[in-house]
Design a protein around this ligand. Structure first.
Ligand SMILES: Cc1ncc(C[n+]2csc(CCOP(=O)(O)OP(=O)(O)O)c2C)c(N)n1
Length: 657
């Protein structure tokens, strides 16, 4: 195009100015990738900067989030609400241009990224969402028909999650996923060759991807051709490998010195001379703005207008589906949920993972856009939606997804699907393997996504599989992540309630923590109680002198212990505390009222780490060491999780013989 060189020079110069001005940031990849993003935005991306949340826009994920200065520059030129002042506030407190892109903070940022590799996972989820929505809506191809682009660097492809992502995307033939790899062969500490000898093209091809090479990362026409070819793919995702030079044009180009610190005024001047760019810092000539106006902006505005017509037609031709889309575009399905889970007849003696399976199947009938699956443990985690197909290239309408044994990838794909909008999702695995999910859970929480994690086999009571499979520290870990609601229901009713709460959420992820073993149904468990996070589940006889606080399967243990103690004349209250997250939202007086006794007259019981429980009780009765392999009931008895042992402990505290 006429002003390609000028535009690319302007973008590069702006990235130098932004990082120099902030005295912080990563100019290296911003400079190497500038022609790639310039070509993508001006010649291919279809999105309307004036309707940045348009559901059918092409998505762009900057997986190498450290190159954020480049993305913000592109958004500024592309007409999004990112001003020059915002660019000058790069990395400053309160700005909309934070160090790494954050979804929801900056118009035009489709995905939070920075933890390397996770952008690729989220891009896979975004691409999946497009295919699922297309198949699940009648005439869905009219509503959902866009590409997902992702830009990554060497670092993203070294991360393990990239492998989980590419092998799943290849298997699922996500042909509208286009991953562009800025191969500048330099990472933070030095040359890529110090840490990788990979044949990247071979790796992708073996996973069912098409691979295109662009040998000169400064040639916009070559980049353009590669993207056009990738868009034509009918059954494979495409990797475009673009050979580039990190820090292009600066005196330290090609070295790690230019990766992660501003180049300084003197080197910026030299680089601009090299680009033949003769403008003051932060100045951009009109030709550049006009180029973006007549390409990206005009294309996007026109496409959005056309879509409005489609939408109008759709809302009248398919009223029900139109309504569903309208309300679920922002992941809100509250209008479709059962009003009352308490009226579902409750079964006694059912494992909460089984109750969860029932709940899922009840809610799946109501919430037609609920899809999910597990990391190859659907039969153990009870995560299958009955009578529904498996999601595959030839059955995109399948609601059951077998993510394979790729926990981190699975959770990251879920983030992508939710980022897209229009779907509700859940993923499942054993609680102990939430370690593998953790970075993606954190990402969901930070991105305000209502992800659902079905985490079963939730204590040493799982038995025979032994300490490798018995979670200990996991609840403390999950509970310590900001904006994550961890719910550990004690019986079937609480499990139904927990699912309802998870689906009612629109911006907080929920972890459902479920037993492998059977538990008794309590008479007084309720949705209202769970929604408060904690409540009295078994009242004292007259006046409690002590309170047992418990969650999940230990509520049953607490109630049995209460009976023993009351027989011995010790009046005790039992509080079920399925969610610390929700309980902490109540007033202090409510919390005290529920607890019933003073802090030093309370014990918290949970067959996992005690960490965190001292906020509620002076004493804890928990499992702070690793468990052991054996029959579940024998393991729990060995570690003294029996009514008699717990009663003795409480008597010791109360100094009662
Ligand atoms: C999971 C994770 N580990 C480490 C980092 C810190 N980090 C940021 S960029 C980077 C090097 C990335 O290399 P590359 O993708 O080649 O980027 P480039 O050097 O081209 O900017 C590292 C280690 C990170 N952001 N995320």
């Amino acid at each position: 195009m006429k002003y390609d060189d000028l535009c690319v020079a302007a973008i590069r110069s702006m990235c130098l100015d932004i990082t120099n001005n902030a005295k912080s940031g990563h100019p290296g990849m911003a400079l190497s990738s500038a022609p790639i993003l310039y070509t993508l935005y001006t010649r291919h991306m279809v999105a309307d900067p004036y309707h940045p949340n348009w559901i059918n826009r092409d998505r762009f994920v900057l997986s190498a989030g450290h190159a954020s200065a480049l993305l913000y520059t592109l958004l500024h030129l592309s007409g999004y609400n990112v001003t020059k002042e915002d660019l000058k506030s790069f990395r400053k407190l309160g700005s909309i241009t934070p160090g790494h892109p954050e979804f929801g903070k900056t118009s035009g940022v489709d995905c939070t990224a920075g933890p390397l590799g996770q952008g690729i996972g989220q891009a896979v989820g975004l691409a999946m969402a497009e295919t699922i929505l297309q198949a699940r809506y009648p005439e869905g191809e009219k509503l959902f028909n866009h590409y997902t682009y992702c830009l990554c660097g060497d670092g993203c492809l070294e991360e393990g999650i990239s492998q989980e992502s590419i092998s799943f995307a290849g298997t699922q033939k996500l042909n509208k996923l286009i991953l562009i790899y800025d191969r500048n062969n330099v990472t933070l500490d030095g040359p890529l060759s110090d840490s990788s000898i990979e044949d990247t093209a071979g790796r992708f091809m073996s996973d069912g991807w098409d691979v295109i090479r662009v040998k000169d990362g400064n040639d916009c026409d070559l980049i353009d051709k590669a993207i056009s070819k990738a868009k034509e793919s009918e059954s494979h995702p495409t990797l475009i490998i673009v050979d580039t030079v990190i820090g292009y044009g600066t005196p330290n180009q090609g070295t790690h010195k230019v990766h992660g610190s501003p180049v300084g005024e003197a080197d910026a001047i030299k680089a601009k001379e090299f680009y033949h760019y003769d403008y003051a810092p932060f100045e951009i000539p009109d030709e550049v703005y006009l180029t973006f106006k007549s390409s990206f902006i005009d294309r996007g505005v026109k496409a959005f207008k056309a879509y409005e017509e489609v939408y109008k037609y759709y809302s009248s031709a398919h009223k029900e589906e139109g309504k569903l889309l309208e309300s679920t575009i922002h992941n809100d399905v509250s209008a479709y949920l059962l009003k009352d889970t308490d009226s579902i007849p409750a079964l006694d003696g059912e494992a909460t993972r089984v109750s969860s399976g029932h709940a899922l199947n009840i809610f799946a009938q109501e919430v037609k856009n609920l899809v999910g699956g597990s990391a190859d443990v659907a039969s153990s985690t009870e995560t299958r939606i009955k009578d529904e197909k498996t999601y595959l290239p030839d059955s995109r309408d399948g609601r059951n997804i077998n993510f394979g044994i790729r926990e981190f990838g699975m959770a990251s794909f879920q983030n992508g699907m939710l980022l897209h909008g229009g779907l509700r999702t859940y993923v499942g695995c054993f609680l102990v393997f939430s370690d593998y999910l953790k970075p993606a859970i954190r990402m969901a929480a930070l991105s305000h996504l209502p992800a659902i994690y079905v985490l079963t086999h939730d204590s040493i009571a799982l038995g025979e599989d032994g300490p490798t499979h018995q979670p200990i520290e996991h609840l403390a870990m999950l509970r310590s992540i900001p904006n994550v609601n961890v719910i550990r229901p004690c019986d079937q009713k609480e499990t139904f309630a927990a699912w309802k709460l998870a689906l009612e959420s629109t911006s907080t992820p929920t972890c459902l923590i479920l037993t492998r073993q059977k538990v008794a149904q309590n008479a007084d468990s309720s949705y209202a109680g769970v929604s408060k996070g904690g409540y009295v589940i078994s009242k004292e006889k007259e006046k409690a002198c002590f309170t047992i606080v418990a969650s999940g399967s230990e509520v049953g243990l607490a109630v049995q212990t209460q009976r023993l103690l009351i027989e011995d004349g010790i009046d005790v209250r039992v509080v079920s505390l399925p969610s610390m997250f929700l309980f902490n939202k109540n007033s202090e007086s409510y919390q005290d009222e529920i607890m019933g006794t003073s802090y030093d007259k309370r014990i918290a019981v949970e067959m996992l780490s005690s960490m965190g429980w001292n906020r509620y009780a002076k004493y804890t009765y928990c499992q702070d060491g690793f468990g052991a392999s054996g029959v579940g009931s024998e393991v729990t008895a060995f570690f003294k999780f029996t009514p008699a042992d717990l009663a003795n402990r409480i008597k010791d505290i109360l100094k009662v013989k």
